[in-house]
Design a protein around this ligand. Structure first.
Ligand SMILES: [Zn+2]
Ligand SMILES: [Zn+2]
Length: 248
């Protein structure tokens, strides 16, 4: 398994593309597809048949408004391979509406079948060779963090939101946890902070913690301070750059 961090930014960062990542196993799975994600994907691999599936964590624009432009290009380039969209229950209708708002009539003209897998929290699902499971974070709208395993490696992705006992159980023992980290420390009602994440990763035996979705000012001005703090604690924590890779 290999991970490509397509973008690592929060919703309104002019320098960092939206938080979105590729899981590359036998199946190629895109994690979230915000409004600046498609160009990152096309830079990495422009082949219209490249993706097998997309997982959408929640209904925020920086996590799913990239679907209409992505679909337009797949249609223009005559993709025929089926595409699976994995999402929480009820999101199928929202995504279909979004595509219709973006490009009226496109959905009916698509050259490839779209299959939806609407998942419920804490049940296990199969996506080809991958096993997936989800749990809700604490966020302003329902967000399901996900755990993905190919039988050898396990990666978890928070989407947005603070962790809780249910997501801690989901993340436990993962080889890589990609977690949003909006603040360095202190309390935010809907987002996680780095200091708490470091403690959580340690007590749950996380192999590597990748911090993404940092608040734009913090990412710009305090990244060196954060790196120094991390180094002092001796934990395996990374702050990836856009298009950076992690190989297990
Ligand atoms: Zn976000
Ligand atoms: Zn959000």
């Amino acid at each position: 398994m290999k991970i490509v961090f397509l973008g690592v930014g929060e919703a309104c960062d002019e320098y960092q593309p939206n938080n979105s990542h590729l899981v590359i196993s036998e199946t190629i799975l895109l994690l979230d597809c915000g409004y600046t994600t498609p160009p990152q994907l096309w830079k990495y691999n422009p082949d219209p048949s490249f993706l097998d599936a997309i997982y959408i964590t929640h209904r925020h624009a920086d996590h799913y408004f990239g679907i209409p432009p992505l679909f337009v290009r797949l249609w223009e380039e005559r993709r025929t391979k089926p595409l699976t969209i994995v999402c929480q229950k009820g999101l199928k209708g929202t995504i279909e509406e979004l595509i219709e708002y973006g490009y009226r009539g496109l959905y009916e003209r698509l050259t490839f079948p779209v299959e939806f897998l609407e998942i419920e929290e804490e049940r296990e699902y199969r996506l080809n060779e991958l096993t997936i499971k989800a749990a809700p974070t604490v966020h302003s709208v329902k967000n399901l963090a996900i755990r993905i395993s190919d039988g050898r490696n396990t990666v978890c992705f928070s989407g947005d939101g603070r962790f809780n006992s249910r997501t801690e159980a989901l993340y436990r023992g993962a080889d890589l946890l990609i977690h949003e980290a909006y603040l360095i420390e202190g309390h935010h009602p809907n987002h996680a902070c780095i200091m708490e994440l470091a403690d959580m990763a340690q007590r749950n035996g996380i192999g590597c913690l990748a911090l993404t979705h940092l608040q734009r000012g913090i990412r710009r001005r305090e990244i060196e301070t954060i790196r120094a703090m991390i180094e002092k604690r001796g934990l395996n924590i990374i702050i990836p750059e856009a298009l950076g890779e992690y190989t297990f």
